[in-house]
Write a protein that binds this ligand. Structure first.
Ligand SMILES: [Zn+2]
Length: 212
């Protein structure tokens, strides 16, 4: 086999990651492949069981609460497993993806490479090195219009968010936009780092299954 087994699409907010994923899935569907799509239930942009790109196209997706839940939905006949918003998954996502590849599934994933503090997001660094095809997309900077939007700017009430603000704020009055390196702002950037919340409900026995 001379196929890529794990393709990863990354970049900042609004760079078209999901749009690119949906484009690849559309091609796979034309080729008659059996596709299954997953998305973390933490992602509040999604209403109902779909993933949606900013240009309006969408695809049915199964929402999961943690990474190992993905495996419980996989059937022998599934060929392509798409996982959106990988940065939101717990650290076991790396084992889950390795398991899928070992079982001859092709995995196509998307995820933010960096959080709003310019720090690696979740398990993305590890996933980036395991992926055998990586596409790092850029967005348009929402401040100056540069084509090199490579950072995700967090805004709270329209102002750049402080580094010490919590990483995941569900339902807060906040927005995100892509910015280039010149326009990206992080007030109080020397403050103490906060740890990424972890979902650590994987049992040891399950880990053994994953590693077998
Ligand atoms: Zn800019």
């Amino acid at each position: 086999m001379h196929n890529f087994n794990f393709e990863l699409i990354t970049g900042p907010m609004s760079c078209g990651k999901t749009e690119e994923l949906l484009r690849r899935l559309k091609r796979a569907a034309i080729a008659g492949k059996k596709i299954k799509v997953f998305s973390p239930s933490l992602d509040t942009r999604i209403l109902g069981n779909v993933i949606k790109s900013r240009n309006g196209t969408c695809q049915d997706a199964i929402k999961v609460n943690n990474s190992y839940e993905i495996l419980s939905h996989i059937k022998d006949t599934d060929q392509i497993i798409a996982i959106d918003e990988l940065q939101f998954f717990d650290k076991n996502i790396v084992l889950v993806i390795k398991k899928l590849i070992k079982n001859n599934k092709k995995v196509i994933g998307t995820g933010l490479d960096l959080d709003f503090k310019e720090e690696p997001f979740g398990s993305m660094p590890e996933l980036l090195v395991y992926a055998d095809k990586v596409d790092k997309l850029t967005a348009i900077c929402m401040k100056c219009g540069s084509e090199y939007g490579v950072r995700t700017q967090r805004l709270i009430d329209g102002e750049p968010a402080d580094k010490s603000s919590p990483l995941i704020m569900i339902g807060g009055d906040e927005t995100y936009e892509a910015r280039c390196l010149n326009c990206y702002e992080l007030p109080n950037k020397n403050s103490v780092q906060r740890k990424i919340p972890k979902v650590s409900d994987t049992t040891e026995s399950f880990k053994r299954i994953l590693l077998s």
